[in-house]
Design a protein around this ligand. Structure first.
Ligand SMILES: [Mg+2]
Length: 323
């Protein structure tokens, strides 16, 4: 799929798009015998802590959007959020799958437009750490580019990355329309129960009742497919890797989501689960905070990264990084 460029010259950080990854000049120390040549970072709750409260605020805004914009009964939003997130990766993806239609920009603006960004602070320790790592560094987020850029700017990390792989990268048609190509996405269900059109804002008469579906003693039948491409779909991760010309076998993938980590692991990425010290299948490294990276993987700063897996447990959350 090809799109016109969505890299804006006014933005300090390029949004990577389908028209091809903009090759950057890499430094000589990306030797071919190094274990890694790329570090791929999730954004939310990975580069800043869950305790910032943004994730909670996003959930509140999602439920408000469902009620105010889609006419969903308030009593159903908890179950709906849980089921859609579980079965479709994101609530947005699930809402589209079960038949709701809406403008993606409007959705993202509603969800992110009133977040408590004031809870985020510049993180010069993380900035110095990232700057000292001699690898390609990219952001890979399900969020939209406005949120990603705003968050990175507040954290003071806007110039630490080569580019951003975001919602618009993986879903280049920026309205609620679906092409035959996009209808090919597999994450939930294996057949397409409905095919959205572009003419109606919502098609309430055709909404798939996923709550009733899972309320059955033995739910049967396939779930409708989603046109949205997002983590933890393996297709989404493969697409991101291809667009940004990333070799999964030479890349370290940082995430706070266990299922995203496990999907990345299945595709050959080495993985760092951020935000916990509890061992999880699929996670090669564990960090309670991204600040603990120098302790967990000190060889990242050395010429030859060893291949053994290291688990760091009971690390302090606010480790001072001097690298
Ligand atoms: Mg995250």
């Amino acid at each position: 799929m090809q799109t016109s460029s969505c890299i804006s010259s006014s933005l300090p950080l390029p949004i990577i798009n389908h028209s091809g990854f903009r090759e950057m000049e890499h430094e000589d120390h990306f030797a071919k015998n190094q274990k890694y040549d790329c570090l791929l970072f999730d954004l939310d709750d990975t580069l800043y802590p869950l305790s910032s409260g943004l994730a909670n605020a996003i959930l509140i805004n999602l439920k408000a959007y469902m009620v105010e914009k889609l006419g969903i009964e308030p009593s159903k939003t908890d179950d709906l959020c849980n089921l859609l997130y579980k079965n479709y990766g994101t609530t947005l993806s699930g809402l589209r799958a079960i038949g709701y239609e809406f403008d993606y920009d409007e959705y993202h603006s509603f969800i992110h437009g009133r977040l408590p960004y004031e809870n985020l602070k510049p993180d010069p320790v993380l900035r110095n750490m990232l700057k000292s790592l001699p690898y390609r560094k990219l952001i890979f987020t399900n969020a939209d580019k406005v949120h990603a850029l705003k968050t990175l700017n507040i954290l003071g990390l806007e110039d630490c990355f080569e580019g951003i792989i975001c919602f618009e990268t993986l879903n280049p048609i920026n309205k609620s329309c679906v092409t035959d190509d996009e209808d090919d996405i597999e994450f939930a269900g294996s057949t397409s129960a409905t095919k959205p059109t572009t003419s109606n804002r919502t098609r309430n008469s055709q909404i798939f009742d996923i709550i009733s579906h899972f309320a059955q003693e033995n739910p049967s039948g396939n779930l409708p497919k989603t046109p949205v491409v997002c983590k933890p779909s393996e297709k989404a991760i493969e697409l991101a890797l291809n667009i940004a010309n990333i070799n999964p076998h030479k890349t370290l993938f940082f995430e706070d989501s266990v299922r995203n980590i496990q999907a990345g692991k299945r595709l050959g990425l080495d993985t760092v689960l951020v935000g916990t010290s509890q061992k999880v299948q699929g996670a090669d490294y564990l960090l309670e905070s991204i600040h603990n990276l120098p302790e967990a993987v000190p060889d990242l700063w050395e010429a030859d990264v060893k291949s053994e897996v290291v688990y760091t447990e009971n690390l302090a959350k606010e480790t001072t990084v001097t690298a």
